[in-house]
Ligand binder design. Sequence first.
Ligand code: PEP
Ligand code: MG
Length: 755
Amino acid sequence: MRDPSAGPRVLLRRLRELMAEPLEPQDRLDRIVRQIAQNMVAEVCSFYVLRADGVLELYATEGLNPGAVHLAQLKMGQGLVGTIAAGASSLNLSDAQSHPAFTYLPETGEEIYRSFLGVPILRAGRTLGVLVIQNKAMRNYREEELEALETIAMVLAEMIATGDLKKVTRPGLELDLSRPVTIDGSAYSDGIGLGHAVLHEPRIVVTELLNDDSDAELARLEDSIGSLRLSIDDMLSRRDMSMEGEHRAVLEAYRMFAHDRGWVRKLEEAIANGLTAEAAVEKVQSDMRARMIHMTDPYLRERLHDFDDLANRLLRQLTGFTAKAHHEDFPDSAIIVARAMGAADLLDYTRSKIRGLVLEEGSVTSHVVIVARAMGIAVVGQASGIASLTENGDPIIIDGDDGKVHLRPVADLERAYAEKVRFSARRQEQYRALRKVEPISRDGVNIALQMNAGLLVDLPQLKESGASGVGLFRTELQFMIASTMPKVDEQERFYRNVIRQAEGKPVTFRALDIGGDKVVPYFRAANEENPALGWRAMRLALDRPGILRMQLRALLRATAGQQLKLMFPMVTEISEFRQVRALLNKEVGHLSRFGYDLPRKVEVGAMLEVPSLMWQLDELMEEADFVSVGSNDLFQFTMAADRGNARVSSRFDPLGRTFLRVLRQIVVAADSWNTPLTLCGELAGRSLSAMALIGLGYRSISMSPAAIGPVKSMLLALDVKELEDLLLPALDENDPQYTIRKLLADFADTNGIPL
Ligand code: PEP
Ligand code: MG
């Protein structure tokens, strides 16, 4: 019996030879389409390429009028070829002219051909062109012929992507692959980033497309799928079997895909047609992505992500790809592009080389964004589709001021942004000039402007920004970047270093706030359905006091002879605060028994970030030496809106009356107990919301270092009394038309306050 895949394999081999021959590009294309036509017993083979202007241009043909090459054109969605490109799916027609989308192009002379088989040329789910065969007779092309044509299309995709066609593209025209794209996202961290894209989850570029021995490739595939299935089973069984929730659902979905006969069969067919195992995975993944990318159903889109992840795992298995190798050719000005990302992942990159971060998801207060802001990196989130449009190394500009991402920007835009960068450097210069100016309002009210930090590299900014101290030192960041739990001595050295570098300015350390999305690699808690409401921060610390006691010991030793300011996150009940205080006292007792020097003074504060404390305000203000409002979490829990999920977190305004009333109540309680009060969430770092806080009575706020300059220049122009007189009565009103945000913006506008 004739081997049905022999034809495609011979053809692929011949195509590989053609690609290697020293031919003029157009000549090579002409020979390629001739080969395909001959091998597939077709009278016509045509190759269309998608241009940046959305037009499909005939680049080569065997059988149609040769004079139509580079002249015949169809728009996306127009004619059969445009329909294939727009839907990223093939058409197999025995009578093409009766298809409603059929458009007759007189220059091609194609009216005599009845049957038509066309496939999209895809790469990473994007359509780059269309490949068509035609015959005069009415015939149905077989499934194997369709498969074979799709496999050939993949080889052509590689040829387009490697830039081979540039030489035959008419001057002034661009191919779609290099099309400049602008995406409107959300501005999460100010600044402009110019550089080259680094895909956080890089697509593995398969360079060996064609196999020499299908049987050997099938065996490789079988091996890799086997280990993939085992690793998924292992992940599922390693965890507590009662585990429920999202994570398990994802793993179950992986398992389902990994055992899916349809998927495996498609992979085997692609190999039988002459592809290597990895090229087969890429082809099937690309087909699937192209078909599903237009779906809006969130459930199906999630499944597409799962499927992508699974295919990537398989590709990694097959190619032995490691992320480390990927980091080696890291550009000097890198813009990290990711669908979603954890804070710890960002800390893995070489900080000095990162100029920006683009996320398809995320929100202003998600931890990765906070960490990026602390690192002074521009961030744009909600940039939909960016990960699949980007190729590693693409030039990219991100604008963290207005939330735009420009991928492969045109030269003019690049020039304009370079100018914008120079301008903002000048503005930074002006802010720097303010750093020695006292933070006093126009009517003489002094406001402590402190900065948030978490790593040693943040500390030089204390001097540069002119902040009066560190109002929030997120100690967990140090734990998140370590691969093993830092020992007491290491922690002590680290805290000592922090204090030394602060050069006498006060530092408020926050005890470990891990759990939730703040993952430390060596401490894996069980997966939780609602990690933000789960076993985290104080809850974890009180149940497993060993970790906290080590940290307290290190902090006490590091501040010997000086003052220790320490606060605890996520306090929910006053009794918890009492318990940690008792733990601290125990550590003090322990150290003094062993003859250690102790801090001269210890101030113990509580973070107010769980709404339950609103009904324990008096006890809190009485017992805590100071209170710091964590507005990120307090807002999330007050509004029941996940801070990491933009769809819900941007639904409610932290400057709306509801939340401002909460914030005001805290000021009133603190004032009546004379308890020092600070606010250290992201609200403090935007000039408008910082102004609102001052109007509510906050006299100490802590923000990212880059925000100190802008907030100070707002403060210098502000009359606090006037603002209070306007804002406080407005809290009691209930005017839905005139929001407080608008009231504040108008106030700033009429009083010439820079925001
Ligand atoms: C907060 O919740 O506002 C806060 C400052 O802590 P984090 O952002 O680290 O949770
Ligand atoms: Mg918090």
